[in-house]
Design a protein around this ligand. Structure first.
Ligand code: GDG
Length: 734
């Protein structure tokens, strides 16, 4: 394994430049803590924006900044300008992706200029990092600001291990489909080998969008996107448990606790801490607290809500509006319920230092964490970690929204729907009355869970999975035909005098088109095929699932053999078409009406009748419905087909019923057995080509197009690589 590089929008280091003086302050945020030991030990760097705009930074200062970051923090700067920040960060990231992913369509802006900036800045990240990163390194890209980066990196570093973690929710297909650039974004992510989300719900949503928008299926979370595979899984992010648990003993925290005690005395405290963001449900929380004050007057002067909201993204209009709405609501509630000696809500619009944060977590009786939608929510986990379960008495209660990802791991908390203000109000009263024994019973298992799967475990788990995927690829997948292997093959080609080429067409020599009728051979492919046939030492066979007429029309002028209909028909060079074996298609009469019925019940599906097979196409049908129908249909057909020597073949969004003897292997053998070849090369990209690979003589070159599991010995990345390879082999290119 190579070095490890982390990439995120923000570096875990913030720069300040005053005249000649440049300084950098390291952040103690969760991600920085979790990842630092990994990338530092592995000799890599963390790349991201260091918090200053680079518009006015001259070359000399830029160089000093780079030295400081690299020498003291093992970091590299991505130099963003004011315009980048405005349009990529505050723009597309926070006016488009963030609100849409949190189900706030009313705040979502679709603007082509912002999208262009997002693409441009993702490319800037790519250009900055590829100067440092090698093809055998490991790269971990973080979060929604960089969704195009995995594929941009993949184009430059085809063999690097690339992981991507998404820290926010992935919305359901119904929401994601609204995004005008949905295809590009999904393709961008699928450049990664591993994509991680906080919860299985987000994994499901992502896989469903990939299936419906791009048409790529997955098996147990591994998506096959043409020539590559990507594993998608859930890795719920943890916290630095020990740091939070032990922090309550710090003298600075004790000092802060004394100060709070002097102000609050033995009043009960409800605490609420978040960035000022409309997704966090701050207004709804205030409404619920207001109802609580009305409904439970016995708590008058006995309970206060301490609410810390940290200023955030104030350049974005929807955030600025929120500030005045919250100010107004706090004023209204305090005005209505406050007394001379008691303020129901203590509202702080600022970030508090770490010791104060811990003092608030540990002083509070209740944490009220009620986001309307939240990828994970670390505040809830941090509150649990600070609770002093070692001593007797009250240990506190967490009230958490069912819309936060963290709720999945904190099932013992009091769980609420944040939109149901009445029930949140009742939950506050319930928490205030909860017996100490019940509080402990709930908190202790949550603490144990968070201690086990902490931030280091989380990061280690993600990286281990990425490493496993790479070694699986190296073990399972065929070897790339490059370097020495390629040279050896060229040499053998030169020395041989009786050579056979079995070349699949669609997906191997020609890119797959959405409309298969547009796959007519272009000049380049015809030039390659003619070059093969013009050497009398060569025999070419074009292998295809297409029918005889199409192959004749496209390749009839070439001196080549052909295999049509996946092997049902074959034709030797200069001769007539012949059937692989006498085939009977009487069975079609019986099966056609059954399949037609399924087609009629599945909008978007089609029945294709080939000469010797019936094909049920469901590419355009709603995937979930098609899945149900296909399994029902297979069940129905299975009983009928076994007695008729028919097989059900499943392809990409098709099932085909045909005679079991028909395949590219059996027809390929007719050519293989014809002569003593001293050089055999077969190229194919899909499952039907596997039959051909398995019948080849031992010393043949079987080549799979794409990096996916195969019985072939070698692989080439895609159609362009196949063409390039053949041109070099044939001397069409030096
Ligand atoms: C995004 C996703 C996901 C907050 N106020 C203060 C302060 N904080 C610290 C907390 C916590 C962090 O900030 C906030 O993390 P959250 O997870 O709660 O929320 P987001 O910022 O929205 O984070 C979220 C997360 O990414 C990780 O993947 O969980 O769903 O939206 O660590 O302690 N720290 C200090 N003073 C404050 O006033 N010192």
């Amino acid at each position: 394994m190579g070095r490890l590089f982390i990439i995120s929008n923000r570096l875990p280091v913030t720069l300040s430049v005053e005249g000649d003086k440049i300084s950098a302050t390291a952040s103690s945020g969760g991600l920085a803590t979790g990842l630092s030991s990994f990338y530092k030990d592995a000799g890599g760097l963390w790349f991201g924006w260091p918090g200053i705009s680079f518009d006015d930074v001259d070359a000399e200062t830029g160089r000093k900044i780079e030295e400081l970051l690299i020498n003291e923090h093992q970091c590299g700067a991505v130099k963003l300008t004011e315009e980048d920040l405005e349009n990529y960060y505050y723009g597309f990231s926070n006016k488009t992706i963030w609100p849409l992913s949190h189900y706030f369509t009313n705040h979502t802006v679709f603007d082509n200029d912002l999208w262009k900036a997002y693409k441009r800045v993702n490319q800037k990240f790519c250009d900055t990092v590829v100067e440092e990163i090698g093809d055998d390194d490991v790269i971990w890209v973080n979060d929604y600001q960089l969704m195009l980066l995995p594929n941009m990196l993949r184009q430059k570093l085809p063999h690097a291990s690339i992981g991507y973690f998404h820290h926010i929710p992935f919305p359901s297909f119904e929401l994601f489909r609204l995004m005008p650039w949905r295809r590009e974004i999904l393709q961008g992510l699928l450049g990664a080998d591993l994509i991680g989300f906080h919860t299985y719900d987000y994994v499901r949503h992502f896989l469903s969008s990939v299936r419906r928008i791009l048409g790529y299926e997955n098996i147990l979370g591994t998506v096959s996107s043409g020539y590559r595979t990507t594993k998608v899984d859930a890795f719920p992010m943890g916290i630095d448990y020990e740091k939070f648990h032990k922090a309550t003993k710090m003298p600075e925290v004790k000092h802060e606790l004394d100060k709070i005690w002097q102000q609050v005395g033995d009043r009960k405290i409800v605490v609420s801490i978040d960035r000022q963001d409309y997704t966090k449900g701050i207004k709804d929380r205030l409404e619920a607290f207001h109802i609580f004050l009305h409904r439970y007057p016995e708590y008058k002067e006995k309970v206060s809500l301490i609410m810390v909201t940290v200023p955030s993204r104030s350049q974005v209009p929807s955030y600025a509006d929120l500030k005045s709405e919250i100010d107004e609501l706090v004023g209204k509630i305090n005005g209505e319920h406050g007394t001379l000696g008691w303020m129901p809500i203590w509202y702080h619009f600022r970030s508090v230092p770490f010791p104060m944060l811990i003092a608030l977590y540990s002083f509070a009786d209740i944490a009220l964490v009620t986001p309307l939608r939240d990828g994970m929510n670390l505040v809830a986990k941090e509150f649990i970690a600070t609770r002093p379960t070692e001593r007797d008495g009250d240990v506190g209660v967490l009230i958490i929204s069912e819309m936060a990802g963290a709720e999945k791991e904190l099932g013992e908390a009091v769980i609420v729907n944040p939109f149901d203000h009445d029930s949140v109000a009742d939950s506050i009263a319930r928490a205030l009355r909860m017996p100490a024994e019940e509080q402990r019973r709930r908190i202790i298992p949550m603490q144990e869970r968070l201690k086990r799967y902490d931030i280091t475990k989380w990061a280690g788990d993600f990286l281990q999975t990425l490493e496993d995927i790479k070694s699986q690829q190296n073990r399972l997948y065929s070897k790339k035909l490059s370097g020495r292997l390629r040279q050896d093959m060229f040499e053998r080609y030169g020395k041989s005098s009786k050579r056979l080429f079995l070349l699949d067409y669609d997906g191997s020599l020609k890119h797959l088109e959405d409309n298969p009728m547009q796959a007519t051979p272009d000049d380049e492919v015809l030039e390659i095929l003619s070059a093969i046939t013009s050497d009398e030492k060569n025999e070419l066979v074009i292998v295809s699932g297409r029918d005889r007429a199409t192959l004749d029309e496209w390749f009839g002028n070439l001196q080549a053999g052909m295999i049509a209909n996946h092997g049902a028909w074959l034709k030797h060079k200069g001769q007539e078409w012949e059937m692989l074996e006498p085939l009977d298609n009487e069975w079609m009469k019986n099966l056609r009406p059954i399949m037609q019925l399924y087609v009629d019940r599945t909008p978007g599906a089609e029945l294709e009748e080939k000469e010797f097979s019936l094909v049920f196409h469901y590419r355009r049908a709603v995937p979930e419905m098609a899945h149900v129908r296909v399994s029902e249909l297979k069940d129905d057909l299975r009983t009928m087909t076994t007695s008729l020597n028919l097989g059900i073949l499943e392809g990409s969004k098709v099932i085909e019923i045909k005679n079991t003897n028909i395949n590219k292997g059996n027809s390929g053998l007719r050519f293989i057995n014809k002569a003593e070849w001293d050089f055999v090369m077969a190229v194919g990209d899909d499952w039907t080509d596997e039959d051909m690979f398995t019948v080849l003589p031992g010393n043949s070159y079987s080549i799979k197009v794409g990096l996916v599991p195969s019985t072939a010995k070698y692989h080439l990345n895609d159609v362009d690589a196949v063409r390039d390879f053949l041109k070099n082999l044939l001397g069409l290119k030096s």
